[in-house]
Design a protein around this ligand. Structure first.
Ligand SMILES: C[S@@+](CC[C@H](N)C(=O)[O-])C[C@H]1O[C@@H](n2cnc3c(N)ncnc32)[C@H](O)[C@@H]1O
Ligand code: SF4
Length: 424
């Protein structure tokens, strides 16, 4: 039944000095806005040594241009952006929790270029000993580059392996093969870094036995962390064109689901436990700080063409035109192109979607942050997802089951559906 509203009695008394009243304010809440709140840092290198047939990322293989010269100019622009942003946002006051070099393929940069970037970060930001991840395509990780990355204090390498089967990699137009990928894992491990390998489930020509081989190799490679992305087909890829011309065949949804089920079985046997629904680590250790911190809504400053960052409830993105990106910085301007201010409702939706990626959503934290229990807003969706076996619930948390893990973002989407509906 709807509660009756009680209005105040007419009076000129009762001047509102603030809302909510000061007596509700707490010292602990002040700590989170005082200077010194840690930040995450993302550096985007949207260039690759080849264009993979399945890849939907906006990357440039720099064919037909002087690669070294172009990348030198790009790195100059990145260094300038870091310097300008650090001044403008007083970043010396805020310790860096994590750094992530993503792409594209950051290891396409020469050792000199990487070193220059590392020096700029350490000089202009408050960097002590953060988690420092670099994405690498196996063929680009030479022992010399690995030694340099170690000198730069990189302590996590994420290798795009995709498959350990040469015939499958060939259809992907990658320059790697099984031998090169395993060698890269060894190089990364010998520099003392935590190694993650990305695999793609649902590649062309993949069958149960080739997938089982890939999972087996991934586990025996010694990598501490294994990420499985489900291959998503996009219209801007060679895969898409080849499929239309019937030159390749992709596994159907049931097959792909059985690949993931197989991976979950093998990971369980080998004690590789998930910390998010697509990354599994040795004994559940080696959680990736960068991703979890950003998904929990902490600030992320992003550098590079098309890079996007997050500051509280504001999102922003740099221009994705590399030439514009460089020339704006050469003129001493920040290259931000667009932004978005999340409404309260969108912040709730984001909390549910990103929270479920991390396997478990803290209901008390949600209530404290938004002032209303998620159960009040999305009770029906929670009951449905629990009834169908995607989550378990306690009074403190919603947690993905194995079935929930298998279906990826589906659970988050269903749980957030009533919120999305409210916004319409
Ligand atoms: C930005 S790439 C960085 C890795 C590095 N460039 C490489 O491929 O060696 C990150 C990951 O995105 C994943 N990815 C690329 N295309 C994808 C697609 N169509 N669907 C799902 N994941 C994809 C791949 O697994 C890749 O390793
Ligand atoms: S998968 Fe990696 S190497 Fe291949 S095109 Fe995409 S970002 Fe570049």
């Amino acid at each position: 039944m709807k509660k009756e509203l009680i209005f105040p009695t007419p009076s000129r008394k009762g001047f509102i000095t603030n809302y909510p009243p000061y007596r509700q304010w707490k010292r602990t809440a002040a700590e989170s806005i005082l200077p010194g709140k840690p930040i995450n840092v993302y550096v985007h290198i949207p260039f690759c040594i080849q264009r993979c047939a399945y890849c939907y990322y906006r990357t440039n293989d720099l064919k037909g241009i002087d690669r070294r010269k172009f990348l030198n100019r790009y790195v100059d622009a990145l260094c300038r952006e870091i310097e300008l942003t650090a001044q403008k946002f007083h970043l010396q006051d805020r310790p860096v929790l994590s750094i992530y070099f993503g792409g594209g393929t950051p290891t396409i940069l020469t050792s000199d270029q990487l070193e220059r970037l590392g020096k700029t970060l350490f000089e202009h930001l408050n960097v002590d000993s953060p988690e420092f991840t670099v994405e690498a395509e196996p063929v680009t990780l030479t022992p010399k580059k690995a030694a340099l990355l170690k000198k730069m204090h990189v302590n996590r390498i994420s290798l795009g392996v995709q498959s350990f089967r040469d015939e499958i990699l060939e259809i992907c137009n990658r320059l790697d093969n099984e031998e090169k990928a395993l060698k890269a894992v060894d190089i990364a491990r010998s520099m003392g870094a935590v190694v993650n390998i990305d695999l793609l489930s649902g590649l062309a020509a993949e069958k149960g036995d080739s997938w089982a081989y890939t999972i087996d190799r991934a586990l025996s490679s010694g990598a501490e962390s294994i990420t499985i992305y489900k291959m998503e087909l996009y219209a801007n890829t060679d895969y898409y064109k080849s499929l239309r011309r019937k030159k390749i065949e992709l596994p159907d949804n049931d097959n792909e689901l059985s690949f993931m089920n197989h991976a979950l079985d093998e990971f369980e046997k080998a004690d590789y436990l998930p910390w998010c629904f697509f990354t599994f680590t040795k004994n559940g250790n080696y959680k990736h700080t960068y991703i979890s911190s950003v998904w929990e809504g902490n600030d992320c400053f992003a550098f590079g063409a098309s890079a996007f960052g997050e500051l509280g409830s504001r999102l922003y993105q740099n221009t994705n035109d590399e030439e514009k990106y460089m020339s704006r910085l050469e003129a001493g301007e920040l290259p931000v192109n667009r932004g978005y201010h999340l409404t309260g409702l969108e912040q709730m939706i984001r909390t549910v979607l990103l929270g479920m990626k991390l396997l478990s959503l803290d209901l008390e934290k949600f209530r404290q942050r938004f002032g209303i229990p998620l159960e009040t807003l999305c009770g029906e969706a929670i009951d449905k997802m629990e009834g169908e076996g995607y989550i378990t619930t306690t009074k403190d948390a919603l947690t993905l089951t194995r079935k929930g893990i298998l279906y990826g973002d589906y659970t988050g989407r269903c749980l957030a559906a009533p919120l999305v509906e409210m916004g319409k």
